[in-house]
Each structure stands twice: as structure tokens, then as C-alpha cells.
Design a protein around this ligand. Structure first.
Ligand SMILES: Cc1ncc(COP(=O)(O)O)c(C=O)c1O
Length: 387
């Protein structure tokens, strides 16, 4: 019975073990006993998880990510704080969805033909997702990105075969901004596409979150996340508002230096400040966000000190090794859950792992240079293992 209820990988492992054992059994009578140790796994449903079945190549493994209960914070607050584990996508971030969405759209609309080139201006993760998807589908990949991004991301893009142009980080109004340079590059080539990404989240991330929470008692009270291109927040907001009949609140979490919180709360674009987070924060309302910004229920800013403390808290208490944008999202989700009251359920996005930023986030010298080392509680400073 225990065998029947084990998960598919566990069943495969058990089958493999008994095969090995029966081969050895001819020479040893003691070895004929079935190899059937008590399972340490809790019972799992007989219905396999979608990813237990074979999927269609790299792109088939994108999406259908688990919703992880952040136990330390849920227990502390009496709320349910859930993170959509986007770092489990095969390219390692929420941007695999955007990348696949962009490529499917370019193919469907005839903007790209076999052997063509996908050009994108990106803070990094979309580029990494695109580089993977382009390899899997036979396209070339060209990426323009601000040269302020971590070396790990730039190196990874090159390792994945992308042509990378790190360019000075200038405002969107400047024609040398990485987005405009990417667009011009695509215009110079035949058979090249440059595109936007909100639809991927309307069609996949949002409906997945709805499906994962709608049958839970009380459903989903709120969703919150930060924005870069705005694709995730706008797309998920649009889907959740539609699917929940407007019952799920949707909020923006902003890093310092971004103008969106002031725009949403006070109707003014207040510039100033900066943040250690990568991939999020905006100096403008992007085309993605403009379409759904009116649906948002509110916004607040999360200071970098809270973000860095959460990076270390999640590592220490929940075993989650996440980047700064994820930590910011979780700080915001906790804050929103407390605001909504005990028993509320809030979902946010766990965008990517810390692997892409470790030379910064776990370096004493770098943290000190940003004035953040002393923000980390003394008992957690043991995790700062890089000089
Ligand atoms: C680490 C990380 N978090 C969050 C985001 C923001 O997602 P979106 O562009 O959908 O707003 C990005 C975007 O590149 C990112 O790289």
C-alpha cells in the first residue's frame, strides 16, 4: 500500500532498488527479502504532478511551478504567505515564461522564421530565458542590457551562446537606453523580432495562481509583486481580477528609486534614491503596466535594509536561497498579509535564486559598500561567506 501511494519518482527508485536486489539474490538467500523500507515521504496523491510526466523539451518544462508556503512568516503572522516558485523554471527565473511567450508570439505572427534572430533589451533574466529558448528552437539571440547588472548574469548569457551588449545604464528617455538600442538592432536585421511580454502572465502565471488557490477555504485575498517591464504584475493582475470576479486585491511593491509607488498613490512621478535590487524598479509606466495600472489596489515601497534582511531570513529559516527582488516581494507580501488581517492569504513571486547575485549579496565588502552589512542581524552574518 505504501508503495502505491509513493510519488512517481519514489516508485521508480523503489522499483530500481528491488531490481538490483533480485539480481544479487541468486547468490544470497538473505537478499531475497523484498527491499521495502518504510517511506519517509508523506502520502502523495496517485494523480501525478504535471512535471512527473515527460514534457516537450526545454519549453515544456516552463511554468506549472509550485506555490510554496513561507512557513516562518506564515506561522509568525497567522496568515498564509505563499510564493510562486518561479526559480524552479528550467532557466531559473520567472522570465522563462516571458521568453517563451515572446518567441511563440513572434512565431505565430510570422515575425520570425527558422534561423532568425530574437533581439531583446533586458536587465538580464529575460535574456537568460530567451537564450535558452532560442537554443531549444534554433534561433540566434542578441541581448542589450544595462552594464550595472551582475557579472554572473552577463557571463551566463554568453555561455548560453547569446551575443551580449552591456551598455551604459541611462534613462528610458535617452535614445541610448538598452531598450531602444535593442529595437534599433532588430530593425537593422532581416528576420528579427523585438517584443513585449504581458500576455505570457495573462495566459499562464495568473491562471495557475488562481487554480492553485481558488479551492482553498477563503480563496486568495491578495497578490503583490515588484515590476521591471511590468509584464508579471500587469498580466497576473489582469488574470486574477478577471478570474476572481474582482475579489483578489492586486498590489505593487516598489524598490527605492522607482517612480511607480508615488505615481499610484499620489499621482506624481517622484524620482530619487536607488536600490540594490536588479530587474525591478522603473522610471516610467511601461506599456505592459499602462494597460492594467488602473486595476491595482495600492502600492508601497520596501527599503533595501528590509530586503537584505529577508534574503538572509529566508535562507536561515526557510532554506530558500533567493535573489533580492524575491526578498523584496516576500517582505511586501508579509506586510500586506498583516494589513489584511489574520487568516488572510497572499501570493507573491519568487523570481529567481541568489546564484545570479551571490558575488554581491554574500560579499562583506559589497554589502559594506552599500551600507547594508550592519542591517543583517548579528546571528545571520555567518552566511556572509565571501570577502
Ligand atoms: C530578478 C527579477 N525579478 C523581477 C523582475 C520583474 O519582472 P517583470 O519584468 O515581469 O516586471 C525581473 C525582470 O527582469 C527580474 O529579472
Amino acid at each position: 500500500m505504501r508503495l502505491l501511494r509513493a510519488s512517481l519518482p519514489a516508485r521508480a527508485a523503489l522499483r530500481a532498488s528491488s531490481l538490483v536486489h533480485s539480481a544479487a539474490s541468486s547468490s544470497s538467500p538473505a537478499a531475497t527479502k523484498p527491499y521495502n523500507p518504510p517511506s519517509p515521504y508523506p502520502n502523495t496523491p496517485l494523480q501525478p504532478h504535471p512535471h512527473s510526466l515527460p514534457v516537450d523539451g526545454f519549453v515544456g518544462a516552463i511554468g506549472n511551478t509550485p506555490l510554496i508556503r513561507i512557513n516562518s512568516l506564515s506561522d509568525e503572522t497567522g496568515c498564509e504567505i505563499l510564493g510562486k516558485a518561479e526559480f524552479m523554471n528550467p532557466g531559473g527565473s520567472v522570465k522563462d515564461r516571458a521568453a517563451l511567450g515572446l518567441v511563440l508570439w513572434a512565431e505565430k505572427t510570422g515575425r520570425i522564421q527558422p534561423g532568425g534572430t530574437i533581439v531583446e533589451g533586458t536587465a538580464g533574466n529575460t535574456g537568460i530565458g530567451l537564450a535558452h529558448v532560442c537554443r531549444a528552437r534554433g534561433y540566434k539571440c542578441v541581448i542589450y542590457m544595462p552594464n550595472t547588472q551582475s557579472q554572473e548574469k552577463i557571463d551566463l548569457l554568453r555561455m548560453l551562446g547569446a551575443e551580449v551588449y552591456p551598455v551604459p545604464a541611462v534613462a528610458f528617455e535617452n535614445p541610448e537606453n538598452y531598450n531602444h538600442q535593442a529595437k534599433r538592432h532588430a530593425e537593422r536585421l532581416d528576420n528579427a523580432a523585438w517584443c513585449g511580454n504581458r500576455a505570457a502572465h495573462i495566459h499562464t502565471t495568473g491562471p495557475e495562481i488562481h487554480a492553485q488557490t481558488s479551492s482553498l477555504p477563503g480563496g486568495l485575498q491578495a497578490f503583490i509583486c515588484a515590476t521591471g517591464t511590468g509584464g508579471t504584475l500587469a498580466g497576473v493582475t489582469r488574470a486574477l481580477k478577471d478570474l476572481s470576479g474582482g475579489r483578489t486585491q492586486c498590489w505593487l511593491a516598489d524598490p527605492p528609486g522607482s517612480v511607480l509607488e508615488s505615481w499610484i498613490n499620489r499621482g506624481k512621478m517622484e524620482r530619487g534614491g536607488s536600490s540594490i535590487t536588479e530587474g525591478i524598479g522603473q522610471g516610467r509606466v511601461t506599456d505592459n503596466l499602462a494597460q492594467d495600472i488602473a486595476l491595482l489596489d495600492g502600492a508601497f515601497t520596501v527599503p533595501d535594509g528590509d530586503t537584505i534582511r529577508m534574503v538572509y531570513h529566508l535562507l536561515d529559516r526557510d532554506g530558500l536561497y533567493v535573489g533580492a527582488s524575491t526578498a523584496l516581494n516576500v517582505v511586501a507580501a508579509k506586510q500586506l498579509a498583516v494589513k489584511l488581517g489574520k487568516g488572510s492569504r497572499v501570493v507573491t513571486i519568487l523570481c529567481d535564486g541568489a546564484y545570479r547575485y551571490q558575488s554581491r549579496l554574500f560579499s562583506k565588502k559589497w554589502l559594506e559598500s552599500k551600507g547594508l552589512y550592519d542591517e543583517i542581524p548579528a546571528e545571520l552574518q555567518k552566511y556572509v561567506v565571501l570577502p
